[in-house]
Design a protein around this ligand. Structure first.
Ligand code: ZN
Length: 384
């Protein structure tokens, strides 16, 4: 097996230039989350590429956004490995003009290159490397490539969860942490809107007839803030407020939007219940709360730890010292982990600057990270 690893590495190193030019062409095709024509054209190109690698490509039509792709490699009834990627980015069309693709000896930069267009090229190369090595897959692979991850996966969540329920494990091709660590823990994200209604009145003539929605909302904001439990990883941010009409009117309406991050499902349930039971402090006002946890937390469960440990052993044979870490940001891995499917996230190419103007990958790390994906597909066994 040792030989397999070094041969995978050598083969991928030999193909480095081709891989980089493929990444270049994917980055060159700009694809913001809400631009259906741009996303659909990129989906077509990816479909062609994955079919060339031997995949059975199915296009999932999506009238309310970009189409998604489901690609199957291998056959048989063994539970497949699920690989997740997204081809939308946070960058609007035209960004390339200010942020052109650059390649040096160490870095390649460009919009979306780290999060996560490089990964879209890594998957077919990993599969082709396995084939070049003459090895057969121990289980089928299902790759799901989606067009709306950066906006919370509203139209792809069902597809992701359906495939996860059938899978033995999930590999998420999001970028690793800044120092190359994989991600085994992600916070869940909740968003809640608190609306307060009161009674308006003239602020000078008869203020006593009014009931200020803003004063009530101020009470609620302080209460909501007190739901944070930093020691358990729960944070609360009241990120937006609005209310009132003009200074001389007692305001009858005010609202706030709150972002909550949690590490555990228990904390998500506690916070949700607290939001549902908000009570007005002042008389003659009432409160309406909407919202929920749109991404459940990816908890560092024993199954997740076990999968990471196997991956670290496999990585060691490639000369990688893989470490794990946590992040407050969420991905589609949150959905699969919350279903109890062992999930390993952060398997993209190391680099930095996600969603930032210095977005880049470290090109020298690329062949080994593709070899890692190939080796994981050959060897990971969550039942071991
Ligand atoms: Zn991403």
């Amino acid at each position: 097996m040792k030989d397999t690893y070094s041969r995978l590495n050598v083969w991928l190193n030999e193909h480095q230039q081709l891989i980089l030019s493929e990444i270049d062409s994917i980055v060159r095709h700009e694809s913001p989350s809400r631009d259906k024509p741009a996303l659909d054209t990129l989906a077509t190109r990816l479909a062609t590429r994955y079919a060339r690698a031997g995949g059975d490509v199915e296009r999932i039509r999506n009238p309310s956004g970009g189409d998604h792709l489901r690609i199957r490699f291998g056959s048989g009834l063994t539970p497949p490995a699920l690989l997740l990627g997204h081809f939308d980015t946070v960058w609007p069309v035209g960004t390339l003009a200010q942020m052109p693709i650059r390649l040096t000896d160490t870095e390649m930069s460009g919009p979306g290159i780290f999060d996560m267009k490089t990964s879209l090229a890594m998957i077919p190369w990993a599969i082709e490397a396995i084939e070049a090595e003459g090895r057969t897959l121990p289980r089928p692979i299902v790759v799901v490539l989606t067009s709306d991850e950066e906006i919370g996966s509203p139209t792809s969540r069902d597809l992701i969860e359906t495939e996860a329920r059938r899978a033995a494990y999930t590999l998420v091709l999001e970028p690793p942490l800044a120092d190359g660590r994989l991600k085994t823990e992600r916070k869940g994200i909740g968003q809640f809107r608190v609306e307060v209604s009161g009674h308006s009145a003239h602020a000078g003539i008869e203020p006593e007839k009014g009931a200020s929605a803003i004063v009530e909302l101020a009470h609620q904001i302080l209460h909501v803030g007190s739901l944070a439990r930093p020691e358990r990883g729960t944070t609360v941010n009241v990120g937006q407020i609005e209310g009132g009409t003009t200074p001389n009117v007692v305001p009858s309406h005010a609202w706030a939007v709150v972002d909550v991050r949690v590490k555990t499902a228990n904390e998500a349930a506690r916070v949700e219940e607290e939001f549902q039971s908000l009570k007005p402090v002042s008389g003659r006002t009432w409160i309406t709360v909407t919202g929920n946890f749109r991404r459940p937390p990816m908890e560092r469960s024993p199954a997740m730890i076990a999968l990471f440990r196997q991956a670290a052993q496999i990585g060691a044979k490639l000369g990688l010292e893989l470490e794990e870490g946590a992040t407050g940001g969420a991905s589609d891995g949150n959905f699969t982990a919350a279903l109890g499917v062992p999930t390993l996230d952060g398997l993209g190419c190391p680099g930095g600057g996600a969603h930032a103007i210095d977005e880049h990958i470290l090109v020298r790390e690329l062949p080994t990270r593709i070899a890692l994906i190939a080796a994981l597909l050959l060897e990971l066994n969550p039942d071991a």
